[in-house]
Design a binder for this molecule. Structure first.
Ligand code: ADP
Ligand code: MG
Ligand code: MG
Length: 909
């Protein structure tokens, strides 16, 4: 049996300009712990503390609480003593108490996903000591009520489970505010705070049946265990799944001496960014609150103030606050506490220079002294990501390679979504103004609850403020609108991370959850009403606003161009129409890797001819129908070849089972019978004949062309004639004819012969020739296994990894929806293999197929045309396999281009 390993460091200390760890140890110490250590090392003031490693979390999940607590007790006691020595106070002491925070911290930042407990170590006696020592009774009791509330919520399970439940602590506070006729937490008197503490503890007793723990060590272990447990909490699990992070990672636990932002008017807390996380602009920015602690700024209950004066002026303009009022009530930190501001400014510069990336920092001022509590590479929108990378390169902060590696390929997707049409915006009815929290254009129907975000196809989640519980709904919603909260509020930060359009802090909105109404300026909006959000300006617009396609321009174009300098593997596109092909070329496609000819047959006028072809019993009948299809198909190819002028175009011959084309509704069957002058009976019989038990393994792919060679003939003729027609017009076409679903070399030879004979015939007729290739899809495992034989004839390979995955796993793509989600939930599969190429299994077939193919034909052109061709980790795999190109849908071309460049850069390193 596996047991706990004795000799190993499980607790890493930091503080007083020394640290056991550093920023390279994120996997072990979590991002927060590793960066706290690093900041200590480079001379940034962080309160001393220690980190319990992520490995302990994993051990906790395996061996349970008792074994793990026993194992780390001595190390933790030691580390607490270390903090006590540095701070000169004592944990649990009644005269000079040390309080700590207990913070989670996974290896990647999961904002708001895990729970933090502040002011731990307080009880009825310690609070009195704290009041005396600080000479600030209000502060001591405010800390205590915060502690009971947080500990109650996080550790003792007091948090409401559903939206109908109310947080008992909030309820008590609201009742008291009402009774005292006050609005803000800061208006509570000392006696109010004392009353709250007692009422809170009563509420705990009533709900849990136990007294609130008074022993600081019990409190500490309770909190540590709660952080471990939060790793498997709903929110964390959802966030992990959304981002594909494995559950084995675990979270670290950071225990750190408290510094107090709630000590009065010379104290406060805030959040700042070294650059604008929404737009990428190189402008230090952030928000703070005086006499506040922890999440107060993020929670959005008080209006946060801007850190810089520029920011403050911009905010006032958007919030329509007069200058006199701004300067008096909402001054920037720069104006209010210039010395602290200068120090903070110095640290933000130092940290960005040190980490070479935009930083998102937390700070607290305790009685005029500044402490930094966290730094991390800030979450940002796709647009900001691109701008920051290019700006940092131009500023000389990073190299070209680093700039490219800083791009998260999938996030480019945000830049490829439609944007509001500037013309439509001119006549838009702007009903209110909020803060431009996360750029983008969103139009949708109003919903007021996160768990109802799926009520409409496109919904705008309208909330007074959001909380981590709303994460799932925020992800589903098209846009997010809040009445409260600033640029660093939960809604804003999470939305930027998701690249979702968000307008926050629109104070003019009156939201009533109970009636499900939104009132603006006397006008009432209801659930289901359409509104639009402009995340770049903060405008809230009534109704729908027209959108236009995005452009590849500015920094986006620059970074794409830069990527071409490094990318050796090309990126083609999957396109079935001239329109798709044009879009793809605009995004930098270097050819077409897959044109699915069957898509051309689904259009109304064509499907009839197609059906006649399928239903006819004779070669003659089929040929007649195919003769009708030929000019249409030829025209399509001309359009595509023209759009791709001079670039290679891979055309796949007819692939799907024929029954996909026949009508299944009676009315259509009748119509068809009339048109073909045959009986309805005959039509029905023929359709029944086409039915298969396993269509995906049935009469499809090259099997069609082999049984009905006239189909292949028609298609080959259409391709070659189209290319010749273009040649006449002086446009170069480079067709690559691809035979689908080959399993044996003989199948290939059969179809190749038909294609070449047809081509030669056309050349003769036209007395002209063009160059073309004949190759095949590798999508049946047998083809990969015998790729050396197939490559003797085939002039190129294209891995059809959709079918290859289907056949290698034996999962029907069309039925996998029934069990794949459960497989992923149980960890039987880590990801959906139809989205992310299974490198371990299917990848072996790809590798073997490529190697075997090139063993007979060293220069064999190899590509991939499955969905995986636009998925970054799969693109990297394709590069490492030595492919010449990947092919993906037009909108994923930029993503694949960056992924290709990154793969090349990583290999060089
Ligand atoms: P998250 O991961 O959700 O950001 P954190 O652990 O960073 O959670 O903490 C939540 C809040 O509490 C932050 O605002 C942080 O700055 C504050 N905080 C954490 N530890 C301390 C401390 N030792 N002293 C003062 N504030 C703290
Ligand atoms: Mg938190
Ligand atoms: Mg934090």
């Amino acid at each position: 049996m596996e047991t706990l390993q004795e000799v190993k460091t499980r607790v890493y200390k930091f503080g007083n300009k020394t640290a056991d760890g550093n920023s390279t140890m994120k996997n072990l110490l979590g991002g927060k712990g590793a960066n706290l250590a690093e900041m200590g090392l480079i001379g940034i003031p962080v309160p001393p503390g220690f980190t319990i490693t992520t490995e302990v979390c994993t051990e906790y999940n395996k061996f349970g609480q008792d074994a793990v607590v026993k194992m780390i007790t001595r190390e933790v006691e030691d580390a607490i003593e270390n903090i006590e020595n540095i701070m000169g106070s004592k944990f649990g002491d009644k005269e000079d108490p040390l309080l700590v925070s207990v913070r989670s911290g996974a290896r990647v930042s999961m904002p708001g996903m895990m729970d933090t407990v502040l002011n731990l170590g307080l009880n009825d006696e310690v609070v009195v000591g704290l009041a005396e020592k600080s000479g600030n009774e209000r502060f001591a009791w405010d800390s205590y009520r915060r502690f009971i509330q947080m500990y109650g919520d996080v550790v003792l399970g007091m948090k409401p489970e559903s939206k109908e439940d109310i947080d008992p602590f909030e309820e008590i506070m609201e009742a008291l505010k009402h009774k005292r006729n006050i609005e803000l937490d800061t208006d509570f008197t000392v006696q109010d705070l004392k009353d709250l503490c007692y009422d809170f503890k009563d509420a705990v007793k009533k709900r849990t049946g136990h007294d609130f723990p008074t022993n600081p060590w019990d409190q500490l272990w309770g909190a540590v265990v709660a952080v471990f447990n939060s790793w498997n909490g709903d929110r964390a699990v959802y966030y992990r799944n959304m981002n594909g992070y494995p559950s084995e990672w675990g979270t670290a636990v950071n225990v750190q001496a408290m510094v107090y932002g709630n000590m009065g008017d010379n104290s406060g807390t805030g959040v700042c960014f070294t650059r604008d996380a929404g737009t990428g602009e190189n402008l230090f920015n952030g928000e703070y609150l005086i006499n506040a602690q922890g999440e107060d700024v993020v929670a959005g209950t008080r209006t946060p103030q801007q850190i810089t004066k520029i920011g403050s002026l911009r905010w006032a303009e958007l919030a329509k606050v007069e200058e006199a009022e701004r300067a008096e009530l909402y001054p920037s930190l720069e104006e209010l506490m210039p010395e602290i501001y200068n120090e903070l400014n110095e640290y933000q510069q130092k940290l960005e220079l040190h980490y070479k990336d935009m930083q998102d920092m937390e700070f607290t001022m305790q009685d005029g002294k500044l402490w930094i509590l966290q730094t991390r590479n800030g979450k940002r929108t796709g647009a900001a990501m691109v701008k920051i990378a290019m700006d940092s390169l131009k500023e000389g902060l990073i190299t070209e390679e680093q700039a490219i590696l800083q791009i998260e390929p999938n996030k480019l997707d945000e830049l490829l979504h439609p944007v509001f049409d500037p013309k439509a915006l001119k006549s838009a009815n702007v009903i209110a103004q909020g803060l431009p929290a996360s750029p983008g254009a969103a139009t949708g129907q109003i919903v007021f609850f996160a768990d109802e975000a799926d009520k409409f196809k496109k919904s705008i989640l309208v909330r007074i403020e959001t909380s981590p519980e709303d994460l799932e709904g925020m992800n589903i919603a098209t846009g997010i609108l809040t009445a409260r909260g600033g640029m660093t509020s939960h809604a804003a930060v999470v939305a930027r991370g998701m690249g979702k359009c968000c307008v926050s802090g629109a104070g003019a909105l009156k939201i009533n959850y109970k009636n499900r109404t939104l009132i603006v300026d006397g006008h009432e909006y209801h659930e289901g009403d359409w509104i639009s959000l402009n995340g770049s300006t903060g405008n809230i617009i009534e109704g729908k606003v027209a959108t236009i396609e995005p452009e590849l321009s500015g920094e986006f174009a620059e970074i794409m161009e830069l990527s071409d300098k490094f990318a050796t593997m090309k990126v083609r596109t999957n396109a079935d129409s001239p329109k798709d092909a044009k879009v793809a070329v605009k995004f930098g496609a270097q050819g077409i890797g897959l044109t699915r000819t069957e898509h051309m047959f689904f259009e109304v006028d064509r499907i009839k001819a197609m059906r006649e072809m399928i239903l006819s019993d004779t070669v003659k009948g089929r040929k007649e129908a195919l003769d009708q299809l030929l000019p249409m198909q030829r025209e399509d190819f001309e359009g595509i070849f023209e759009a791709m002028a001079g670039l290679p175009v891979t055309v796949r011959l007819l692939d799907p089972p024929l029954h996909e084309f026949v009508p299944h509704a009676l009315a259509q069957q009748k119509e068809l019978a009339e048109e073909m002058h045959i009986s309805l009976e005959a039509v029905k019989n023929k359709i029944a004949e086409l039915e298969e038990f396993n269509p995906m393994l049935g009469h499809r792919g090259c099997r069609l062309g082999i049984t009905y060679p006239e189909i292949t003939e028609m298609q080959a003729r259409a391709i070659i004639e189209a290319a010749l027609n273009l040649k006449e017009r002086g446009i170069e076409a480079k067709p690559e004819i691809m035979i689908p679903l080959i399993g044996t070399i003989a199948e290939f030879e059969n179809q190749e012969a038909v294609i070449r004979a047809t081509a030669n015939k056309v050349f003769e007729e036209r007395n002209d020739t063009i160059e073309y290739l004949v190759g095949t899809m590798i999508e049946i495992p047998r083809a990969a296994l015998t790729a050396d034989l197939i490559a003797k004839k085939a002039e190129f390979f294209s891995f059809g990894t959709n079918d290859l995955t289907q056949m290698a796993f034996g999962y029907s793509r069309d039925d996998a929806g029934k069990f794949l989600p459960i497989y992923i939930e149980h960890g039987i599969l880590k990801v959906d293999p139809f989205e992310v190429l299974d490198q371990e299994g299917v990848g072996q077939l790809v590798k073997m197929g490529t190697e075997k193919g090139r063993s007979t034909k060293p220069n064999l052109k190899v590509g991939i045309c499955g969905e995986h061709g636009g998925e970054p980790s799969s693109v990297e795999f394709c590069f490492n396999t030595g492919m010449n190109y990947v092919s993906c849908s037009p909108y994923r071309v930029p993503i694949a281009r960056i992924a290709s460049a990154q793969a090349a850069i990583k290999k060089q390193a």
